[in-house]
Design a binder for this molecule. Structure first.
Ligand SMILES: Nc1nc2c(c(=O)[nH]1)N[C@H]1C(S)=C(S)[C@@H](COP(=O)(O)O)O[C@H]1N2
Ligand SMILES: [Mo]
Length: 171
């Protein structure tokens, strides 16, 4: 084979390889669901990282286990429930007071909240789905999303690596 032909073939291979890898990159970086909100809601959510990032954020200053104050930023849990269409504020009465929220993590750990613990008409503190601490993304094994539950003596419901939120009916 002459050198020119060889070069053209090599070039074609390179173009093909690049095209293929860019398809792979776009498939893996887009359309990745990082969080679902489902169950007793009118609009179940399958959220991508960019969507969560674009949602309104609040800050909560909390003491970590080491006793140091840290500023967490994230989406208030109530905001996610609102977007999914959960019975909150005026609708949180009667049998709707029997609804609860199960938050699940990648490692199988799960924790539960009653709706009034999350609804600001009842609760005095804001539970956050935090995505950063002191301005930096949460560490591997903690994030990308972790609940911050202010005012509790034990951090057992500060669930790390959150992957889903499910609203259920307790009767
Ligand atoms: N995903 C997940 N989150 C979790 C746990 C767990 O086992 N898995 N343990 C909880 C418990 S019992 C405690 S005390 C705190 C510890 O938080 P830390 O690792 O930031 O100190 O994380 C909570 N969040
Ligand atoms: Mo714990």
């Amino acid at each position: 084979m002459d050198r020119l032909k060889q070069k053209v073939i090599t070039h074609k291979r390179l173009v093909l390889a690049l095209a293929f890898s860019s398809v792979l990159v776009s498939v893996s970086s887009s359309a990745q669901t990082v969080l679902t909100v489902s169950g007793e809601v009118t609009k179940p959510l399958t959220l991508q990282a960019a969507e969560l990032k674009a949602m309104p954020h609040s800050q909560v200053v909390g003491k970590d286990r080491d006793g140091k104050e840290r500023t967490y930023s994230g989406v208030p849990l109530v905001e996610l429930l609102k977007q999914a269409g959960t019975t909150l504020s005026g609708e949180l009465r009667g049998e709707n007071l029997m609804k609860y929220v199960v938050v699940k993590a990648i490692d199988g750990y799960e924790v539960l909240f009653a709706l009034p613990e999350i609804d600001p008409d009842f609760a005095t503190k804001t539970i956050l789905l935090a995505d950063s601490v002191d301005g930096a993304p949460l560490a591997q094994g903690v994030g990308p999303y972790r609940l911050v539950v202010p005012g509790e003596k034990k951090p057992a419901r500060w669930i790390r690596e959150v992957k889903s939120i499910e609203i259920r009916f307790g009767k």
